[in-house]
Write a protein that binds this ligand. Structure first.
Ligand code: CU
Length: 348
């Protein structure tokens, strides 16, 4: 994953909003709804969340307060929070084997400023670290469970020996608390993939036990991209998240005019999330790691649970372009934008 350095001041300048000191703190206290000040109940269903997010009506707010709330939350973006997921995990080298070590553990995860939720993580982040292999790599994954219940590791959808498919009691015994399991395989499926628990999976994945995998093809196939960015979606106990964060704590995509950006969109959640990019068409070049013979253009790509889409975006239209889930209860309310929203910035 390519990281970007964008200061809030620069972004706001680009957006055309002057930074208003102290505005957010004084204002949010007056008009925040309950779910803005309390973490979502761990284990709450996505449907419950959807009804919570959408139940707020503008009834108690005047039109001016609605405007103010919208302005306030945009001015906070990109808000700083503790913790960042999807960062590459450096393997240890054991002879000709790349060894990746994962530890499942609970942490307090800050999904947006001041809101920490008990998350179940790989190595302490949501999503877990990026596992990146080259096609043909010999890989060993050592997974240790420090959670209070059993878990498992499913590599979705690498072609691995059946005994490493990670479905408890189908192919693998559960990894009980305190236990470690070792997976060994050759990385043979180039493309964008995921890993996640396959044990009590609804609870465990939606609490954070998911991450991204990239297998780089040995023939070096690419799409001329100058940036390669993973966007991993989830929903459930941590709310509706992009890479483990809710707007305004999501991260902007920043490109210089003319750059080619590869977005690896992945959905580990339980709901479909049609992601809509303003101002910049997306060319879908791979689905679930399979290159398309005939790539196609779109501005909205609907990610079903389990899907991965590789989209190529030519950053040819300068500006600040919203990039958000178009199920609008996942993105907007009378209190402004929230959850599955970020922006794609094209700099002149
Ligand atoms: Cu959505």
């Amino acid at each position: 994953m390519v990281s970007h350095k964008t200061t809030r001041r620069n972004l706001l300048k680009t957006v055309g909003i002057a930074a208003g000191a102290g505005l957010a703190a004084s204002y949010l206290g007056a008009c925040a709804r309950k779910e803005d000040t309390k973490p979502a109940a761990a284990g709450g269903t996505a449907q419950e969340m959807a009804s919570q997010q959408s139940s707020g009506t503008s009834g108690e707010l005047t039109p001016d307060l609605i405007d103010k709330a919208h302005e306030t939350v945009v001015k906070q973006f990109p808000a700083k929070t503790e913790g960042e997921g999807c960062l590459p995990l450096e393997p240890k080298i054991d002879g000709d084997v790349k060894v990746f070590e994962l530890t499942c553990k609970e942490v307090d995860w800050e999904v947006k400023p001041g809101i920490k939720i008990k998350a179940w993580t790989y190595n302490g982040t949501v999503p877990g670290p990026l596992l990146r292999f080259k096609e043909g790599d010999k890989v060993r994954i050592v997974i240790k469970n420090e959670l209070p219940e059993s878990t498992s590791l499913h590599l979705h959808d690498l072609r691995v020996p059946n005994k490493f498919d990670g479905v408890t009691y189908v192919t693998n015994p559960p990894i009980k608390p305190g236990e470690t399991q070792v997976y060994e395989f050759v990385a043979t499926a180039p493309g964008s993939h995921m890993y996640h628990s396959h044990h009590n999976a609804y609870e465990q994945i939606t609490r954070g036990l998911a991450g991204g995998i990239i297998v780089d093809p040995k023939d070096g196939r690419n799409y001329g991209e100058t940036q390669d960015i993973m966007i991993l979606l989830n929903d459930g106990a941590l709310g509706y998240t992009i890479n483990g964060k809710q707007f305004p704590a999501t991260k902007p995509i920043v490109a210089k005019k003319g750059e080619i950006v590869r977005l690896r969109l992945m959905n580990t959640g339980q709901l479909y999330h049609p992601f809509h990019l303003h101002g910049l068409p997306m060319k879908i070049v791979e689905i679930d790691g399979f290159p398309l013979a005939n790539p196609w253009m779109c501005d909205t790509i609907s990610l079903n649970p389990g899907n991965r889409y590789d989209a190529i975006v030519k950053a040819d239209n300068p500006g600040v372009w919203a990039f958000h889930c178009h199920v609008l209860t996942h993105a907007e309310s009378p209190q402004g934008m929230h959850s599955m929203v970020t922006v794609f910035i094209v700099q002149e």
